[in-house]
Ligand binder design. Structure first.
Ligand code: AMO
Length: 430
């Protein structure tokens, strides 16, 4: 029976493995193969004089990245990966790979990201690339556990919608029978409606679609958002939950992903330290003004250059709080004593923004007023506003980008590295 390659040890005696032919080396009297499955790599050594004819025939013709079944004796040997090798009695080709390969799995030949994404299935066979997605899966497991441990209800909200969430722009229109419809930018309105449903604590992990014409290393047109909404909570309470979630996700990954982190050269993987500083927006602007050349002023969004400058100053994760009401969405709650600033926040990694959130406006009339102030039509939001008339609890929440979380956690240079099949302005296939 097949065993995972990582479980093959010199004490196993006999072993059978199935995997891809990672490398082939012929040294005259000896043929060496490295065989790879998702758990690791093993050396298969064929002494040509002693091997059977069928083993020799298969070994002679097999191409790299073909799938082989190898059964034989395990021997300890210092120089091979994992300190052992397999001497086969059976060497059977199960699935032939064509040559040449569209992409070199061994990474001896460097490839551009575009070439890699075109042959993504092969790219993902690279242990270093596969490790990103194994870690992403573990991080998602940590996040789900975190929410279920705290008695959140998991929700799934529509991705085909009739109205914008975050303002009028950045929507992908779709054909929906005879109606105008869009792909949803955020579960924002629906997660808030679940507060009116009495669910109190909800989370959703799902796709968001942004028709932004950005071609940067941190923007995707289809991303994964980790969203929460909580009743009877303010912005401070949900910032604390976000900080706890980030730290516990890092801790879980650190405890579960030793091999994958080593594959990625993340030997200095550090769990962020609590508490994350809370920097008022006005101070963030002052730092940016001091450190950046471009002229940023109060009331501007924090540009990429400003993010970088402030990130260098702060050095770790931090929140930007107390934003001008004018530059945040209509659903962010203004402060009672100064309505020019609101109870919104961003969670920042030194490299970029990771999450946005706020305490929300829960009063119907104030919400209508704020929607109008943004130049939007309250009639388009009727389905959303309706629940605010019948007992809407005070509430707060946030949305955290899963790809940016993985990108910053693993120090990846491009957000596309954290997505199996990224969608950007130029990429719709595969
Ligand atoms: P926001 O629009 O800031 O807030 O999005 C929240 C987080 O989602 C991620 N994100 C993206 N990641 C990659 N590519 C993109 N184009 C992209 N757009 C967003 C980011 C970002 O911080 N409704 C609010 C959240 C809330 O208040 O609860 C919202 O969507 O990491």
């Amino acid at each position: 029976m097949r065993i995972p390659i990582q479980d093959v040890t010199p004490t196993t005696g006999m072993a059978e493995v199935i995997g891809w032919v990672h490398e082939v080396r012929d040294l005259g009297g000896l043929a060496f193969f490295l065989i790879r499955d998702r758990t690791g790599i093993i050396q298969v050594t064929i002494p040509k004089k002693k091997a059977s004819k069928t083993v020799l025939a298969a070994a002679k013709t097999v191409s790299r990245e073909s799938i082989v079944r190898v059964k034989g004796t395990v021997k300890a040997i210092d120089k091979a990966p994992g300190g052992r090798e397999l001497i086969p009695d059976i060497f059977e080709i199960m699935s032939v790979s064509e040559s040449p390969l569209p992409l070199d799995v061994v990474e001896k030949v460097p490839a551009e990201l575009d070439t890699r994404l075109d042959a993504r299935f092969l790219d993902l066979r690279r242990p270093r690339v596969g490790a990103v997605f194994q870690i992403r899966s573990v991080a998602m497991d940590a996040i789900n556990k975190f929410f279920f441990d705290r008695e959140f209800i998991q929700i799934t909200t529509p991705k085909i919608v009739a109205a914008a969430t975050e303002g009028g722009t950045e929507l992908f229109p779709i054909a929906y029978f005879d109606k105008e419809a869009f792909l949803n930018q955020s579960p924002q309105l629906y997660k808030q409606m679940m507060m009116a449903a009495g669910f109190e604590k909800v989370f959703e992990i799902g796709p968001i679609f942004r028709a932004e014409e950005h071609n940067t290393t941190k923007h995707l047109n289809e991303a994964t958002s980790i969203d929460i909404e909580i009743s009877f909570a303010d912005h401070y309470e949900v910032m604390q939950i976000l900080e706890d979630l980030i730290i516990s996700t890092y801790e879980y990954v650190k405890s579960k992903c030793n091999d994958q982190l080593a594959n990625l050269d993340c030997v200095d993987f550090m769990v962020p330290k609590a508490p994350f500083p809370k920097l008022p927006y006005v101070d963030a602007i002052t730092i940016a003004q001091k450190k950046c050349e471009n002229k940023i002023k109060y009331g501007d969004d924090i540009s990429t250059a400003a993010e970088k400058a402030i990130g260098e100053e702060l050095g770790g994760h931090y929140f930007i709080v107390d934003w001008p009401t004018d530059i945040r969405p209509y659903y962010a709650m203004p402060y009672e004593n100064d309505s020019s600033i609101c109870k919104a926040f961003d969670l920042m990694h030194p490299r970029m923004e990771l999450a946005s959130g706020a305490q929300r406006v829960h009063q119907h009339d104030l919400l209508v007023q704020q929607i109008k102030r943004k130049g939007l039509n309250p009639e388009s939001f009727e389905f959303y506003l309706h629940p605010f008339l019948y007992g809407m609890p005070p509430h707060a929440g946030w949305g955290l980008g899963a790809e940016r979380l993985v990108m910053t956690m693993l120090n990846l240079s491009n957000v596309r590295e954290a997505v199996l099949f990224p969608r950007d302005m130029h990429r719709l296939v595969p």
